[in-house]
Design a protein. Sequence first.
Length: 303
Amino acid sequence: MTPTEHSCRDENSPDMGFSVGELLTQITEFSQPIVCCETCRDPTQKDIELLGVKKRVPVLCRCRTEAYAREKAEAEQRDLRRRLEKFKAYSLMDNRYEASTFKNWEHRPDNRDDYALGTKYCEMWADMYANNRGLMFHGRAGNGKTFLSFAIANAVDKQGKAVMAISISKLLAIIKDSFDKNGELGEIDVLNTVRDACLLVLDDLGVEYKTAWAYEKLYAIIDTRYRTAKPTIITTNYSLDALRENLATIDLRTRITDPSERIFSRITEMCAFHEIKGASWRISKGTRNKAAMFAELGLTQKP
């Protein structure tokens, strides 16, 4: 205490915890009105009582609280996108992925409904995300399921959201073959990234080899998305009945099955099923490539 300061007690009185100068400062503070934010007009100060002593403390107004929440969310997204970069080498997010956009969509009579579903889903992404609206695209091989799922992923990615697109078999291989001790992605890191991605695209469900280990890891992947209630888009070449049977199989060698259908039941709750019925793009592209080759060679193509 300085020579000019005096306590508000004598030597035999109990310690009140503040000096005369502090008391006068507090009296001055409480004589002034609470300061409000110039933008939202919410108070930026609050009077509280702590251990019998009144204090005027700063508080966040509505607009500053909202700004802080936005800044925190943006920082989390930046961190997540940095983590997702580690998956680029393992995922399907390559040149083919980048070219799969609605801008590059080849419109045909048999894919109008697919285009409408995909574009509308992206337009209403905020609602789809908030309500955990996933999609399951099923149909025969080569008819555009992967292109549609990638086009959605690209559109969501352009909205600044963290997206991960990968095949089931590749994801299982990463979990199996990567170890933290080698500086690679460990299982926990993989599952945490799967959990945190705003949108997860899982391509080719059902082609992974069935072992008890693979079944449990597949369940962990699906359950992670199920519990965090974040949208997942899945593609499969199987019919729904065949997929149901496939996902119930735990081990191909023993033919042990899961009667609870815990994987299929979760997907059913998470995803709206949509059948892609269009003709095979691969066959169509192969036909065009063959015609182009014969034209370049100056030969007549036989029927």
